[in-house]
Design a protein around this ligand. Structure first.
Ligand SMILES: [Ca+2]
Ligand SMILES: [Ca+2]
Ligand SMILES: [Ca+2]
Ligand SMILES: [Ca+2]
Length: 149
C-alpha cells in the first residue's frame, strides 16, 4: 500500500465539511480524546448525550482535530489543506460573520442546523433510549477501529 500517505490522518477535515462521518473521523485521529470531548459536550452532566449534545460532540470532535494551532478557530488553511475549491464555499457557509475563521460557536451552530448527528445517532444508540452513553460511544469507536471501512 505505497499510496497510503502519512497525511491520511488529516482526512477528517473533509468530514467536518461533509458533516456526517465526524464520529469515525475523530476516532481515526485521536482515539483517546473522545472521552474528554464527551465530558465537555455533556452540558447537563448526566453522563449521556442527548441528540443536541451528540451534535456538538460530532462537531467538536472534528473541529479540534482540524484546529492545528488549537486557538478555537478554524482558518480556511486549517480546514482545507488539500485546497479543494468546494471546501472554500463550504467554509463560507459556516463562517457566518465573515471574519475568515470558523469559531467553535459557528461550527456548532451549523452542525445543529444540519442535524449531523441524526444519521449517526441511531447507530450509536444501541439500546434506543434516545441518549448516547459513554459505553455506547466507546463500543461504536471500538467497532470503527476494527473496521475502518
Ligand atoms: Ca447530557
Ligand atoms: Ca486554529
Ligand atoms: Ca467567523
Ligand atoms: Ca442509549
Amino acid at each position: 500500500m505505497e499510496f497510503r500517505n502519512p497525511q491520511s490522518v488529516k482526512n477528517p477535515r473533509i468530514l467536518l465539511l461533509a458533516g456526517i462521518l465526524a464520529l469515525s473521523a475523530a476516532c481515526q485521529s485521536t482515539p483517546k480524546t473522545y472521552v474528554s470531548t464527551f465530558d465537555s459536550v455533556d452540558l447537563n452532566k448526566d453522563g449521556r448525550l442527548s441528540k443536541e449534545e451528540a451534535n456538538n460532540y460530532l462537531v467538536l470532535g472534528v473541529f479540534d482535530v482540524l484546529d492545528d494551532n488549537h486557538n478555537g478557530e478554524l482558518t480556511l488553511i486549517e480546514a482545507s489543506a488539500d485546497k479543494d475549491a468546494t471546501i472554500a464555499s463550504e467554509f463560507k457557509k459556516r463562517d457566518k460573520n465573515g471574519d475568515g475563521v470558523i469559531s467553535r460557536a459557528e461550527a456548532l451552530d451549523f452542525g445543529l442546523k444540519q442535524g449531523i448527528a441524526s444519521k449517526v445517532f441511531p447507530q450509536v444508540d444501541t439500546n434506543k433510549d434516545g441518549y448516547l452513553s459513554k459505553k455506547e460511544v466507546h463500543v461504536y469507536y471500538a467497532a470503527r477501529e476494527d473496521n475502518p471501512f
